[in-house]
Design a binder for this molecule. Structure first.
Ligand SMILES: Cc1cc2nc3c(=O)[nH]c(=O)nc-3n(C[C@H](O)[C@H](O)[C@H](O)COP(=O)(O)OP(=O)(O)OC[C@H]3O[C@@H](n4cnc5c(N)ncnc54)[C@H](O)[C@@H]3O)c2cc1C
Length: 424
């Protein structure tokens, strides 16, 4: 049985470790930080089989260009002279066709449904209590025009076997009484779920430590040594000291940082960081929001969480690997909320209470899951963009099946790691 080293302690790295442990593998997980914050913690907690359309879809580029001129808009590409950004944009453009989206939808659906069923199993395991609820998701639409567009998506969803119901104003109001009368309606996806990601991450970390996984925190992988097609050593910095660590099997799960490390591994793994923000408040007494929802026009996600909390999140800033907080984007989230809910004005959060995370965005909106064909002992699991939490258990399961030489539970062809290698 090989010893597996995983780089990256986000939800993808932890879930991969979990399913490898189920196969009796010994695992070392390396994380730059403390496995206590990062993209996998403050996200909206939604498990979304309803999201079968990747980010790179027809109309996204035109919409994105319109949003570029509004400082509070939910989507922004920071213009900069970068070959990587340019080629990522070109591949995004090439992927944003109806043909590619239609081909991607069943693959994303299968991965999502597998993941949701694995969350269901995990929620029954001792030591896990992460407020997993299968209440569905509302796509709230202010205008009739947006509702008609979402109804067309609902039709595609139903054709794919993902239940979607178009709700009139009255039907929506019966389910979520705080909705404003101006909201035209919603599409309801009863099969979606949600959870408290902070609790899930903490419990998964504790489980892994209990199961004997060695977790090296505050440890950064800087480079690699090779012999022929094998990676033999990791060059790491640990507590400020340069060290080497021998490798048997390696999994790269470094989220938005994967393109940089990929380069050191001689991989072409286009990824741009898509920054988003969230803030979490107590639920209001007498004005509790019942359902997870997306304010469709504003692209804001709202998740009632862990009984007493409500999390508001959104924005996608393609602006490089930087951690600055753009208050204008957060203001865009704050302003959108009372446009959908009666008397639900929210104060602008103070900067320390604003969480941000960098989503790992591939140009075609699909994750990279699988083996690197250029190496004998390297696998990759990254690029899950807005769906990393949703897709993490299925990704981990696929990685464990692949490493154990088992048949994959779902098709992985479109997630091929080397799909951008051939053209480079
Ligand atoms: C506002 C917002 C809302 C979201 N809502 C949802 C949602 O509702 N549902 C959903 O499914 N997804 C959601 N997402 C997306 C989801 O959070 C991400 O897709 C997911 O967290 C990515 O996980 P990851 O493990 O790939 O990356 P990360 O969580 O970023 O983990 C990668 C880890 O690798 C470490 N690392 C990087 N380089 C090195 C190195 N050289 N050495 C050692 N360690 C390294 C990093 O420190 C990091 O901890 C949301 C994201 C945002 C920002």
């Amino acid at each position: 049985m090989p010893h597996i080293t995983i780089i990256g302690g986000g939800v993808i790295g932890l879930c991969s470790a979990y399913y490898l442990v189920q196969e009796n593998c010994s695992v070392t997980l390396i994380e730059r930080n403390a496995v206590a914050d990062g993209c996998s913690f403050g996200n909206a907690g939604m498990i979304v089989p309803s999201h079968f359309i990747p980010l790179a879809a027809p109309g996204m580029i035109e919409q994105g260009i319109r949003w570029m001129f509004n400082a509070e808009s939910p989507f922004f590409v920071k213009p900069r002279l970068s070959w990587e950004l340019f080629s990522w944009g070109w591949e995004f453009y090439r992927a944003a066709t109806q043909k590619r989206v239609t081909a991607a939808a069943p693959a994303l659906r299968d991965l999502s449904l597998l993941s949701k069923s694995l969350y269901h199993e995990l929620a029954q395991q001792p030591g896990f209590q992460f407020s997993f609820e299968e209440k569905g998701l509302m796509m709230l639409c202010k205008s009739e025009h947006t509702l008609a567009e979402e109804a067309a998506v609902a039709e595609q969803a139903n054709a794919l076997g993902i239940e979607a119901r178009v709700l009139s104003k009255a039907a929506l109001n019966a389910l979520e009484p705080e909705i404003k009368p101006e909201v035209a309606g919603a599409v309801y996806y009863p099969g979606d779920a949600h959870l408290h990601p902070n609790a899930f991450m903490q419990q998964m970390r504790e489980y892994l430590i209990g199961a004997g996984v060695e977790i090296l925190t505050e440890t950064t992988v800087l480079d690699f040594e090779f012999r022929n097609k094998r990676i033999t050593q990791l060059k790491i910095s640990r507590n400020g000291q340069a060290q080497s660590l021998p490798v048997d099997e390696l999994l790269l799960a470094t989220g938005a940082w994967s393109q940089n490390l990929g380069r050191a591994l001689r991989l072409n793994l286009p990824i741009q960081a898509g920054k988003g923000y969230s803030f979490t408040l107590p639920q209001r007494e007498g004005q509790r929001l019942r359902f997870p929802s997306i304010l469709t026009e504003a692209r804001v996600a709202i998740t009632p969480m862990a009984d007493q909390l409500i999390r508001f999140g959104g924005t996608m800033e393609i602006g490089g690997l930087n951690e600055t907080i753009n208050l204008n984007r957060v203001r865009g989230i704050v302003k959108a909320i009372p446009q959908y809910f009666n008397g639900y004005a929210v104060e602008m959060p103070r900067e320390p209470n604003i969480w941000h995370g960098l989503r790992p965005c591939s140009p075609d909106g699909l994750p990279y899951i699988g083996r690197s064909h250029g190496h004998d002992n390297l696998s990759v699991a990254t690029g899950h963009a807005m769906m990393g939490l949703s897709l993490a258990p299925a990704t981990g399961k696929l990685i464990s099946e692949m490493m154990m030489g088992k048949a994959p539970s779902v098709g992985m062809g479109l997630f091929e790691v080397g799909r951008y290698e051939r053209r480079s």
